[in-house]
Design a protein around this ligand. Structure first.
Ligand code: ZN
Length: 186
């Protein structure tokens, strides 16, 4: 192998390449911060240089085949021989603020499991408990949040709550809210 072939594409080179082709308005990350944030979810932990087309499918170590993803986004990403698929996927998950990405995914997971959105659940609980001031529910929700967090943990080796855990935290809070208001969930 030549010396040149051993040199891996840097994240900086990948940012330079892709920032000319992909509009940051379509992403969860600004190009100015793209060397330190996951390009899908915007987080800063466990970042990995990822091949868009996998090495096993002939993908090369060159800027046009590299994106920066965190470990969990890397594990969930598409592994196919078509670069546009990776970008379709990254863009589809765009959120406006870094901290909201996994909360939003957790809310989607909640709706998938319990067949009702988090927002609708809050509306229904408010209606059943005859609470008209939504701040009352929000304050209650916040006060129960810490307790629910203590009953959840991060899977070994993972730096964050996964989406099912976030959905579970919502469910435990809703269960507790219903108990306090003496109503049933669902
Ligand atoms: Zn990520």
């Amino acid at each position: 192998m030549s010396e040149r072939a051993k040199i891996k594409t840097t994240i900086k080179q990948a940012v330079e390449y892709w920032s000319n082709l992909i509009d940051e308005c379509d992403l969860s990350v600004d190009w100015a911060e793209a060397d330190t944030h996951c390009w899908r979810c915007g987080c800063e932990k466990n970042l990995q240089r990822c091949h868009i087309i996998p090495h096993a499918l002939g993908g090369e170590d060159s800027p046009e085949n590299i994106v920066l993803l965190c470990g969990r986004c890397h594990a969930e990403g598409p592994n196919v021989r078509d670069t546009s698929i990776m970008w379709d996927w990254i863009k589809a998950y765009k959120v406006p603020f870094y901290e909201t990405f996994w909360i939003i995914q957790g809310q989607k997971e909640y709706e998938f499991i319990y067949k009702k959105s988090v927002l609708q659940e809050i509306k229904d609980i408010s209606a059943k408990a005859n609470i008209e001031d939504k701040n009352v529910i929000i304050d209650k929700f916040k006060s129960l949040y810490d307790g629910a967090m203590k009953n959840a943990s991060i899977h070994y080796g993972q730096p964050y709550f996964n989406t099912a855990t976030i959905a579970g935290i919502y469910r435990m809070i809703f269960n507790q809210l219903c108990k306090e208001f003496n109503i049933s969930l669902g």
